[in-house]
Design a protein around this ligand. Structure first.
Ligand code: 5GP
Ligand code: ZN
Length: 137
């Protein structure tokens, strides 16, 4: 996509600080660096979001994510690491080319995600699961 910033990074039309690359993915430093060592793993072939990934891309993204996460752990010794991935602006996506965040975490680092649990009855879980399973085929 000609106006996509991550396509331009993949094509080396604009600079990025790359840490890892394979057939399907490119991992590079997030320009915002929420914490030192914050890396993005993006697919090379444009996909807007998780819904647009093919199986090879999906597999490659998590293989790269696990590999780069281990390197971040060894390089920065964070207390933890969050993997964050947004699809759609309502979910917080701002660059509409699939990527996930590898974010080293430290006590009191200011990252927050509210998680408003509903704890519905088990019947509701079964109902929701049936809806999903019907679409999985
Ligand atoms: P999203 O909100 O879509 O999950 O995350 C997009 C991320 O891309 C942000 O964390 C932002 O800092 C990063 N970003 C946006 N533009 C650029 C860029 O040109 N280069 C790099 N390296 N990161 C970018
Ligand atoms: Zn793109």
């Amino acid at each position: 996509m000609s106006d996509c910033v991550f396509c331009k990074i993949v094509a080396r039309q604009i600079p990025a600080t790359v840490v890892h690359e394979d057939e399907h993915t490119l991992a590079f430093m997030d320009i915002g660096q929420v914490n030192p060592g914050h890396v993005l793993v993006a697919v090379k072939k444009h996909a807007d979001n998780v819904f647009a990934l093919d199986d090879a891309q999906a597999a490659a993204v998590f293989r790269a994510a696990a590999r780069v996460s281990r390197a971040i752990r060894d390089a920065f010794s964070p207390q933890g690491l969050s993997i964050y991935q947004a699809n759609g602006s309502v979910a917080g996506q701002t660059v509409f080319h699939f990527h996930l965040h590898l974010l080293p975490r430290h006590e009191g680092d200011g990252m927050e995600l509210t998680w408003p649990v509903k704890n519905p009855a088990r019947e509701k879980l079964l109902e929701y699961a049936e809806k999903i399973k019907a679409k999985l085929g």
